[in-house]
Design a protein around this ligand. Structure first.
Ligand SMILES: C[S@@+](CC[C@H](N)C(=O)[O-])C[C@H]1O[C@@H](n2cnc3c(N)ncnc32)[C@H](O)[C@@H]1O
Length: 281
């Protein structure tokens, strides 16, 4: 599956510059502590070449020199490498299952105690806030942790301000109830109400470099993140996600993703279409 991929636009832009690509990856590790060796190589190459073309570099050597002297270009490249395509309640079927099956079951297990939900790889926050909306609409106590490797994305997430396209899958009555329309120079945007924003805490976290940011979660969403990692990294991250859940807790992956074996053996499939797995109690 590909999301919003950009093809290099500069004619004659050589794609086989392995040494420069490795030097760019090393620079991102040194300057930002981000290791893109865990991502699928073809994806990294395509995205670096795409960004270099947008930055009007004539070749990868020139682009590397630019990155060495220009922090803002490093930030732009990280933004380009960490693909953020998302929407509120992305995939209505999945969110219906979370509302009908997962939250009621976990609320019963917790006997009224607050639920703890995690959106891993939350990008600009749409998914984390969608979980907060589910809690709010179900009248359940709980909180949501939204994490992402890209700190710049989390700053945007904390603001809770979205363009209309981000709300395209949300029923109109929920948009009217929870968002305030704001006119801006670049068109309208929607501000999520503080009472929903306050249910969510955002924190920088690299799924490939650290342990889980918490334990005993009732529900973890890690959708459309694993697809960018190589196989050994996918397996490590899946084990981390499994370890972060409470017994009987739920894991939800993206529509093009499925668990490897293990940790699939530690789960029962709760809903195949929704990529929803229940951890053994
Ligand atoms: C396509 S978005 C998915 C957003 C949301 N989960 C959804 O499905 O709509 C992928 C997100 O994963 C994040 N990401 C990539 N590598 C990561 C890592 N190593 N640790 C945590 N997040 C990562 C990216 O920054 C990006 O925000």
């Amino acid at each position: 599956m590909r999301e919003n991929e950009t093809k290099p636009a500069v004619a004659g832009f050589a794609a086989d510059k392995a040494a420069e690509l490795e030097a760019i990856r090393a620079l991102l590790r040194e300057r930002r502590g981000l290791d893109f060796r865990v991502c699928r190589r073809s994806m990294v190459e395509r995205r670096v070449l795409g960004r270099a073309a947008l930055a009007r570099a004539s070749d990868l050597g020139q682009y590397l020199a630019r990155l060495r002297r220009d922090e803002s270009e490093i930030e732009a490249l990280i933004g380009h490498l960490t693909i953020k395509v998302s929407r509120f309640c992305r995939d209505a079927y999945v969110f219906a299952k979370l509302a009908e099956l997962v939250l009621p079951e976990r609320a019963r297990c917790r006997r009224g105690a607050a639920l703890s939900l995690w959106s891993a790889g939350c990008g600009w926050g749409e998914e984390a806030y969608s979980l907060a909306l589910l809690l709010r609409r179900a009248g359940l106590a709980g909180s949501v942790l939204g994490t992402d490797v890209h700190e710049g994305a989390l700053a945007v997430a904390r603001a809770g301000l979205y363009r209309p396209a981000a709300l395209a899958e949300l029923p109109a009555e929920q948009v009217a109830e929870y968002f305030a329309l704001q006119a801006g120079r670049h068109g309208p945007s929607y501000l999520l109400e503080p009472a929903v924003r306050e249910l969510v805490r955002f924190q920088a976290h690299d799924l490939t470099a650290a342990g889980p940011p918490g334990r005993d979660f009732d529900l973890v969403l890690c959708r459309n993140v694993l697809i960018y990692f190589d196989l050994p990294t996918q397996q490590r991250v899946e084990s981390l996600l499994a370890a972060s859940l409470a017994p009987g807790g739920f894991l939800c992956l993206g529509e093009a993703e499925w668990l490897g074996e293990p940790p699939l053996s530690a789960f029962a499939v709760a809903d195949r279409q929704a990529r929803l797995f229940r951890k053994a109690s």
